[in-house]
Design a protein around this ligand. Structure first.
Ligand code: UMA
Length: 449
């Protein structure tokens, strides 16, 4: 503990993963901490960890008096920009930091950062694996679930931070040595208010970067490339085709870097997973930019095991394969997953987050039927009506049974919701787990139930 926040009085908003980590970091650095959350004690569960830190925990609502005596507010990423608590802080002249701002003040190791609409977690993991294969003690953290504010205080040589658009708001000090923008498509419009505001949040990843820092952009994604091309530092690119000088791309299915007018082979990449090639190419450019040896990059990418709920087969029953892409929480990701299947039954829906779901219709040729779930089920039905049979159901279990009934033999049932899980589940993880459990139940003889 350095006592960097000694004598400060800080209001932490949100007692979820980010808020708890922020409170712990601040308390360990000498601050006196108040934590507020709109959820009540019954909903929030155990807060004894926060109380043990000496934090004053106030549950059930936010109140202007929470800011009494405070000289700083630290907000969790999910607090919407329109939340009253920010207006109260403004009125009192109390600065409002996001999670990244606090992490940036605490970090002692250099950090690399990855954002984009899709593929962040995979790219972050792969990039950390490349650095580790190169002998660098690197830790993957951030939106991935291991808060940046916690990782920033652990001893290591580099951090690879997954950053969401939510986190990129309310920071003016986050300064990665290498930043990556993987792709850009409408998402989280309910939180940011518009695609333009979402794009501005993403562009904030490079706001503090200067001359010798490196930003990595995607040549194949016009919307993302437009943002990347104006980064205020050096820019390196990846693409899905033949790479140009200083780029990483693909030749004959193999990942290839063009360095000093030579082609360097970085190995084979699993083409079966949606978005995986893009993620590997991005990780390779970022690792090269950080000075990692090409052999280590090839080893890092080959060793990386993707996290769950990103398109893996979770069950195979009577010739029907169940693919779990619960992490496809927006239209862009769902379409990428649909592109990888043939004659599948799609399970889609959930909370649309203000997205236009119409582009999902482009996947219709790869599907035989659609099962619509959750808040957006009527919108999903409207997208496919007249083109495919669509069934609206209440639960994921009903969806799995209906999809199994309509699937070809052999065939595929694909969970690629295109929407957030938050209307019916705590997270996409819970949605994926319930999907897999329901598929297994069919195999256990519950096929009619
Ligand atoms: N809350 C309030 N007031 C409000 C709104 C919410 O008190 O006005 C409270 C809620 O009651 C809840 C807490 O805030 O108790 C939740 O905070 P949060 O939504 O910021 O979630 P955390 O649990 O703190 O987790 C956050 C990220 N979640 C979101 O951005 C929604 C996690 O990303 C991240 O791993 C974690 O911080 C550590 O950095 C998850 C995510 O879904 C994986 N991210 C989105 C995505 O990937 O699409 C952006």
């Amino acid at each position: 503990m350095s006592g960097a926040f000694r004598g400060r009085r800080v209001l932490v908003v949100g007692a979820g993963v980010a808020g708890r980590a922020a409170a712990e970091a601040l308390a360990s650095e000498g601050a006196s901490v108040v934590v507020t959350d709109v959820r009540d004690a019954a909903a929030i569960g155990d807060v004894s960890g926060l109380e043990a830190l000496g934090a004053d925990v106030r549950l059930g609502r936010h109140d202007p008096s929470d800011l009494d005596g405070a000289d700083l507010l630290v907000a969790s990423p999910g607090i919407p920009p329109s939340a009253e608590v920010f207006a109260w802080a403004r009125e009192r002249g109390v600065p409002a930091w996001g999670e990244l701002e606090l992490g940036a003040h605490l970090a002692t190791a250099p950090y690399l950062a990855v954002t984009g609409t899709n593929g962040k977690t995979t790219t972050t993991g792969m990039l950390a694996a490349c650095l580790q294969a190169g002998g660098i003690e690197a830790v993957a953290c951030g939106n991935i679930g291991h808060p940046f504010t916690t990782a920033a205080r652990t001893a290591c040589e580099a951090l690879v931070v997954e950053v969401s658009s939510f986190q990129l708001d309310r920071q003016t000090s986050f300064h990665p040595v290498v930043s990556v923008l993987l792709n850009l498509a409408p998402d989280h419009l309910d939180h940011h208010g518009s695609f333009d505001a979402y794009r501005r949040a993403k562009a904030a990843i490079y706001a503090q970067q200067t001359g010798t820092d490196i930003h990595v952009g995607n040549r194949d994604d016009a919307a993302a490339a437009a943002v990347s091309s104006v980064a205020p530092c050096r820019i390196r690119w990846f693409r899905d085709g033949e790479p140009m000088e200083d780029e990483v791309g693909y030749r004959d299915g193999r990942l290839v870097a063009r360095i000093d007018r030579r082609s360097v082979d970085l190995g084979e990449v699993d083409a079966g997973r949606a978005g995986y090639r893009e993620d590997a190419a991005a990780a390779a450019v970022a690792a090269l930019a950080y000075g990692v040896d090409p052999d280590a990059i090839a080893a890092g990418i080959a060793s990386y095991a993707p996290a769950a709920h990103r398109g893996e087969t979770v069950a195979e029953i009577d010739g029907v394969r169940f693919l779990d892409n619960s992490k496809a929480t927006n239209v862009h990701a769902a379409l990428a997953a649909i592109t990888g299947v043939r004659r599948a039954v799609l399970i889609a829906g959930g909370r649309a987050k203000g997205q236009d779901l119409t582009p999902l219709g482009r996947g219709a040729d790869n599907l035989v039927a659609v099962i619509a779930i959750g808040e957006a089920s009527a919108e999903i039905e409207a997208v496919f009506r007249g083109r495919l049979p669509v069934t609206q159901v209440a639960t994921i279990e009903d969806a799995v049974r209906a999809a199994f009934g309509q699937a070809a033999r052999p065939g595929v049932v694909l969970l690629a919701p295109g929407c957030a899980s938050w209307d019916q589940f705590a997270s996409y993880v819970e949605r994926g787990e319930r999907f897999a459990a329901a598929a297994h139940a069919l195999g256990d003889g519950d096929a009619d139930g």
